[in-house]
Design a protein around this ligand. Structure first.
Ligand code: NAP
Length: 309
């Protein structure tokens, strides 16, 4: 038998937890489903400096523990390790299927964020967990006083490269162009850091080693010249994409898979809203995810009132 809640939130990162808090404060019976543990990708961030109210910075894990505690204080129902496999709609009632349960609701907020993109090159899968990682905060300590490489030139690569520089002997930042995408303040810090060396106009084409990674094969993006770089570890930050296949044709997405919403975060399906990094937007930060979560909850509340009338 399906379990009914007025609203179901899918995803327990900053957007989902904020939406849950707002819905509970509005007196709406809401359930949050999270496929792993609460907090979303941000729990892997070593230090957040641009979330207002924390001028000294706060770790992603600590900030998300505060978000979870706040939502729980308003009795938000939460199910962790509940991966949603399918959402469908019939007669204005949504059905949400996880591996073990079926839920029904009148409104839904999708806040599932994004997942790291793999490079898709030889050796990547083989050395995953054996020198290759997507999370410096989780695995950085394994490389104390060793040489590592960070792949990418965005905020995540530079921020995590800086955090790794506190632990390891040397960080090579490998970027396929000669200008970084990351925020200027992060770039300036990284350029000043004596432990960080930039290898511009280079892209990895293969990872090599015996039991664990030993070399990155690099191609020069200008003259196609091939070189090998000896490293003990590699951290990949080549961006991220949402995975919303479980929504079928209930939403429209852009060419990269991000959900298209209107300015009130409504998708093409009435009663279905999207909030946070999963939706097409210009700025993906904890602060913008929080704003999205609040607005999506407010709009869902208005939708439920409309339904009753
Ligand atoms: P991103 O901004 O998309 O950057 C990905 C980087 O990887 C780019 O420099 C890209 O190169 C490179 N790349 C992509 N595919 C590659 C490939 N196959 N081989 C080699 N390099 C490749 O991703 P992100 O850094 O994960 O950030 C995602 C979002 O979260 C962004 O909106 C970002 O602002 C936000 N974020 C914010 C913070 C913060 O505010 N503190 C921290 C982390 C993330 P090109 O530049 O040439 O495309």
């Amino acid at each position: 038998m399906a379990e009914f809640h007025e609203a179901v939130i899918i995803g327990g990162g900053p957007a989902g937890l904020t939406a849950g808090l707002y819905l509970m404060r509005a007196g709406i019976d809401a359930l949050l489903l999270e496929k792993a543990i609460l907090g979303g990708a941000v729990i892997n961030t070593w230090q957040i400096e641009n979330y207002p109210g924390f001028p000294e910075g706060i770790s992603g894990k600590d900030l998300m523990e505060r978000f979870s505690a706040h939502a729980k204080a308003f009795n938000l129902k939460i199910k962790e390790f509940a991966s949603v496999e399918e959402v469908s709609l019939k007669d204005r009632l949504f059905t949400v299927k996880t591996e073990k349960n079926i839920y029904e609701s009148k409104g839904i907020i999708i806040a599932t964020g994004t997942q790291s993109i793999k490079l898709g090159i030889p050796g990547e899968d083989r050395f995953l967990g054996r020198g290759i990682s997507f999370c410096a905060t989780c695995d950085g300590m394994f490389f104390k006083d060793l040489d590592v490489a960070v792949i990418g030139g965005g905020d995540a690569a530079i921020e995590e490269g800086l955090s790794l520089a506190n632990i390891v002997k040397k960080v090579y930042v490998i970027h396929r162009r000669d200008t970084l995408r990351a925020q200027k303040i992060l770039q300036e810090r990284a350029f000043k850091n004596s432990k960080i060396e930039f290898l511009f106009n280079k892209r990895p084409v293969e990872f090599k080693g015996k039991d664990s990674i030993e070399y990155i094969v690099l191609e020069d993006t200008r003259d196609k010249n091939i070189t090998e770089l000896k490293v003990d570890g590699v951290f990949i930050y080549a961006g991220s994409r949402p995975d919303v296949a479980f929504l079928g044709d209930l939403v429209d997405t852009d060419e990269e898979g991000f959900i298209i919403t209107d300015e009130n975060l409504a998708t093409k399906t009435k009663g279905l809203f999207a909030a946070g990094d999963v939706r097409k937007k210009r700025l993906r930060q904890v602060s913008t995810a929080v704003g999205d979560g609040a607005l999506a909850a407010f709009e869902l509340e208005r939708y439920l009132i409309e339904l009753k009338q």
